[in-house]
Design a binder for this molecule. Sequence first.
Ligand code: PLP
Length: 400
Amino acid sequence: MPTIADRLKNVSISASAAMTQRARELAAQGVNVISLSAGEPDFASPTHAVEAAHAAALAGDTKYPTMDGTPALKAAISRKFKRENNLDYDASQIVVCGGGKQVIFNAMLATCNPGDEVVIPAPSWISYADIVKFAGALPVQVACPQEAGFKLRAEDLEAAITPRTKWLFLNFPNNPTGAACSRAEMKAIADVMLRHPHVWIMTDDIYEHLIYDDFEFCTIAEVEPRLYDRVLTVNGASKAYAMTGWRLGFCGGPKDLISAIANVNGQNGGGTATVVQAAAAAVLDGPQDLLFERAAIYKQRRDFVLSELAKIDGLKCHKPEGAFYIFPNISGLIGKTSKGGRKIESDTDFVMALVNEHHVATVQGAAYGMSPFFRISYATSMEKLTEACARISQFCAELR
Ligand code: PLP
């Protein structure tokens, strides 16, 4: 019997995808499920993105793409990095891929050897560890505890770095906690990294524009220019511009690394769809007001959900600075039993009982590398959030 490759042995289907699937199954049975499990904006993609893609297709821009990105999009990305991050990346320092996920995947395939270690602050986006394992390297998680605002502490980072460390991953604003770093906090991380010149830094800035209460986003290459040659700055259209389905991500970094990533990209997909690249150039160069308008709406939702969760005994929430997630601590509820008879021994028990008994889909903290917590995505309407909070409240009140 032919067999599946060993490299897939430790790579699982993501828990958020599994929960989204469970929510779909319940919905197919006619159950009114509220899904707070997907990290996906509920807004429409900008009209000018759709128009630019349409125009590109009509103009015959439908041939094989270059493997690193169209000159027009790379120029728009270069302007974005300068305008928003004060970073200088010319066209030879930029690659366009099919989503931020593919950028990171390609970067790890381009650089990791067996036995290399990748330091990942936890909790973290589910895919990081799987991508690292796929590339044959070893994910090394460093806890960012709730007491520290879910931020990476310099001393914990220092302790995690070894001679085998190849990369440090950064993702602030963070999935799943929403935590973001101030300049001073980022500088403390940068100071550690200055002492370890054998390590590259991948900063995943995909939630850059989802930041609230006048908190200022910063990215490590800007905060510490001496690290510029070792930083891969990753971003994309999915979260900021509500373009998840278009699959468009990009990065800026040192030339040698960028050409290695472009080389992998050429074999892994062969470049990003030309019409999608036209749409991305249009949004990066177009009016940016929608970013602020949407951030204001997300902030309103965040504040509402936080205030509702604060009323629930047994939940302890940290106020996130950004992204569209809240990561409540449920340690006060462990050991109880749900009305439907499920013993809550873990956050997985909690989210399964919640979805099965009160039909609200969320994701267990274990999936992100920190328990006992669960992740709520508030990228959905106030109406649904209101109903979801009422159901979570009732579910918790029924625990005995
Ligand atoms: N990075 C983080 C931290 C994410 O949460 C996600 C999606 O959930 C991605 C990257 C994926 O982005 P893209 O849609 O650009 O592949």
